[in-house]
Ligand binder design. Structure first.
Ligand SMILES: Cc1cc2nc3c(=O)[nH]c(=O)nc-3n(C[C@H](O)[C@H](O)[C@H](O)COP(=O)(O)OP(=O)(O)OC[C@H]3O[C@@H](n4cnc5c(N)ncnc54)[C@H](O)[C@@H]3O)c2cc1C
Length: 336
């Protein structure tokens, strides 16, 4: 049994920063994540994309932000259970919680913070019957490292920000040898500015833009060799390629968290914005996983939520102690 002050379910940016804020109050944390590494969406979906709205960083790569958050949390020696989804939560007789993972690892603490983001996430896959044969062998649902596509012929499918941004990045930075963007509609869901950039790059011949078209077949023996693209009016054609990258977003699935007796609304956990507590005393929900009026799914907002939640957790864990806010500039960071 792993014992700690706060069990944090989800080692995304919000869970990691919460370790730091808890550490300032001398509360120890243990993080659980179903992924084999920390970082949540930042590491899993867009590690090489620059983020522009982290205060104090005009631009920071998502992967670098995670590295920095890990460094910032390090003095407080968080524990990690990685590669194991939290599947069960039980209340003990002494008013603590025991969180059990899919592999049976047990964790005990008086407070649980759920920082589960989108949940245990799965990419949305196009309905092509043999797609599983080419997964990690020509078909990727997530771009982890754009360098993998250097000098390659890439077909990206999708009409949202992810598809637009990566098509721009791979074409404009001359990473891929050929970039084809296939979208089933003639209008895009992404930012207007990104749509305009794609159109400009298509006019310069750097992106082969195919709208009102869909990838309907994957062909190859040992590895992916070509795709069959069906256009609404002109019919089917085959295109040779190295990589097919369907970027249709993630399936938001709360997974096991949905069955823990928490109040759920729109696939997220309802919280009280006073301290981001849930309907179960001692369980808090912070970051993308929670919902309240005017909720914004931004890293910056999750940092704020985690900060307030640990103040409330402190009072719960040490009802006899008064917590006085101390600036880090005055007290420094006293690790464990
Ligand atoms: C392409 C893209 C670009 C973005 N750009 C920006 C941006 O510019 N600025 C910005 O502020 N935000 C941006 N976001 C949103 C930002 O990434 C999220 O707001 C942020 O990741 C939320 O952090 P989190 O820690 O709450 O959750 P997540 O990052 O989703 O991490 C949650 C973690 O919990 C784990 N988990 C879930 N359920 C369980 C379970 N039962 N057991 C164990 N582990 C579990 C998951 O595996 C995951 O690792 C972007 C998102 C995307 C997809």
């Amino acid at each position: 049994m792993i014992k700690t002050d706060i069990i944090i379910i989800g080692a995304g940016p919000v869970g990691l920063f919460t370790v730091f804020e808890a550490g300032l109050l001398k509360l120890k944390c243990h993080l659980i994540d179903s992924l084999p590494h920390a970082g949540g969406q930042c590491s899993e979906i867009y590690p090489k994309k620059p983020i522009y709205d982290i205060p104090g960083f005009p631009s920071v790569l998502a992967g670098e932000l995670i590295d920095n958050l890990l460094k910032q949390a390090a003095p407080f020696k968080p524990g990690f259970t990685l590669g194991e989804a939290a599947v069960n939560i039980d209340k003990t007789d002494d008013d603590d919680f025991v969180v059990t993972t899919i592999k049976g690892t047990k964790h005990k603490a008086p407070v649980v913070m759920i920082a589960g983001g989108l949940g245990v996430f799965e990419p949305r896959k196009p309905p092509i019957s043999n797609i599983a044969n080419f997964e990690d062998n020509g078909v990727d649902y997530i771009i982890r490292d754009p360098e993998v596509y250097r000098g390659k012929r890439c077909v990206i499918a999708g009409g949202g920000d992810s598809a637009l941004d990566w098509a721009i990045f791979l074409a404009d930075k001359n990473i891929a040898k050929e970039v084809t963007l296939v979208h089933r509609s003639s209008s895009f869901r992404g930012h207007l500015d990104s749509v305009q950039q794609v159109i400009n790059l298509a006019e310069k011949g750097k992106i082969n833009l195919l709208t009102e078209a869909q990838v309907v077949g994957l062909n190859g023996n040992e590895k992916l060799e070509s795709v069959t693209i069906k256009h609404k009016t002109s019919g089917e054609k085959e295109l040779e390629l190295d990589n097919f990258i369907p970027l249709f977003g993630l399936k938001p699935a709360l997974g096991p968290i949905a069955n823990w007796g928490l109040e759920i609304e729109k696939n997220a956990i309802k919280v009280d914005t006073l301290d981001y507590s849930t309907n179960i005393p001692g369980i808090y929900a912070i970051g993308d996983v929670n919902t309240y009026t005017n909720k914004l799914k931004l890293i910056l907002c999750g940092f704020h939520e985690g900060t307030l939640a640990v103040q409330s957790a402190f009072s719960r864990i040490h009802p006899e102690k008064k917590n006085i806010l101390k600036y880090t500039t005055v007290n420094g960071v006293q690790g464990f």
